[in-house]
Design a binder for this molecule. Structure first.
Ligand code: GA4
Length: 326
């Protein structure tokens, strides 16, 4: 069981009304401006009117339910995670424990197709649903990154080209939080909430999350409190990752988040696309985020170097300070 320190105690007054919601159907200039503002204030926002067809989401959700409803021994055939494959409770090799099980896949069609044979008795159906979902969400991520580039006055496509690279290191993860049936209370003995997935920032450039109707996601605000983000069928959640914090020279802040253990009677399913550049890509801050008034904050390093450091640590450990210039 995972719990958190009292200083991070959640408080129900902090509701989601303050979280920015970006309507993608508004004019380009307004959308870009609002996205930049949201990334500076929260490193997080919700997207509506994104144009993603419902059938693409529902067939991915259907495949996820089918997989997680299989008996444990059958799911184990797709594990243990290396880091890809099926994982149960352990979050990464040295990660802490969460009340969840998950699948993690490389976000490219060839790898998805290979993995599908261990994940479904109808591998083609599984592989088609995942590939279509991942490609659609990758395109949405690129659109969002293009808005960020415009709002930051960076060269056109200078962010989206990173995750479009043929050697991109993007991945796709589906988490399943079964109803937490143990005799625990919602808070532990220190009056802290029980956590389903411990607090952390995503290491990549961008994360796009979609969940079913069961809540639990919280983001940590600059005012030092947790804000609950209730799920909505029309929305996607967007997170700034550590790599984007570095690329923007800390103008955007990566979003610290967690998921509370699921005390509802139904399962929570969430699907995350993590957009990452190639391992060799440099994370040096982009022009327009660096000037005599905004000195460079990080030394030069590649995504591969950063990933190695993050993956050798525990979930939630801050690793970016190793790369800060003094
Ligand atoms: C957190 C975000 C993504 O889920 C993930 C996770 C990864 C894993 O599950 O293999 C990590 C975790 C995540 C950060 C620290 C390391 C690596 C588990 C862990 C203990 C897929 C990712 O990219 O980083």
């Amino acid at each position: 069981m995972v719990s958190v320190s009292p200083t991070h105690h959640s408080s129900e007054e902090h509701q989601s009304s303050s979280i920015p919601t970006i309507d993608m159907s508004l004019d380009r200039y307004t959308v870009s401006k609002k996205i930049v503002q949201a990334c500076e204030d929260y490193g997080f926002f919700k997207l509506v009117n994104h144009g993603i067809p419902n059938h693409i989401i529902s067939s991915m959700e259907e495949q996820s339910y089918d997989f997680f409803s299989k008996p444990a021994w059958e799911k184990q055939e797709a594990g243990p995670p290396s880091p890809f494959g099926y994982g149960c409770k352990s979050i990464g090799l040295k990660g802490d424990m969460g009340e969840l099980e998950y699948i993690l896949l490389e976000a490219n069609p060839a790898s998805i197709s290979r993995r599908s044979t261990t994940m479904s008795t109808h591998p083609k159906k599984f592989s088609d649903a995942v590939t279509e979902y991942v490609q659609t969400i990758r395109d949405l991520s690129c659109e969002v990154l293009d808005h960020m580039a415009q709002g930051l006055q960076l060269p056109d496509k200078s962010l989206s080209c990173l995750i479009k690279d043929n050697d991109n290191d993007s991945c796709f993860r589906v988490n399943h939080y079964p109803p937490f049936e143990a005799n625990y209370k919602i808070t532990n003995s220190m009056n802290c909430p029980v956590v389903g997935f411990g607090e952390h920032c995503d290491p990549q450039i961008i994360t796009i999350l979609r969940s079913n109707h069961v809540g639990g996601l919280q983001i940590y605000s600059k005012e030092n409190h947790w804000i609950s983000v209730p799920p909505h069928p029309a929305e996607f959640c967007v997170f700034v990752g550590d790599a984007l914090q570095v690329l923007t020279n800390k103008r955007f802040l990566s979003a610290r988040h967690r998921v509370l253990a699921n005390f509802s009677k139904q399962s929570r399913i969430s699907m995350m696309y993590f957009g990452a550049p190639s391992l060799a890509a440099s994370l040096s801050c982009l022009p327009a985020t660096n000037s005599p008034f905004q000195p460079r904050l990080y030394r030069h390093f590649t995504w591969g170097e950063y990933k190695k450091v993050v993956y050798s640590g525990r979930l939630g450990e801050q690793r970016l300070h190793f790369f800060e210039l003094s």
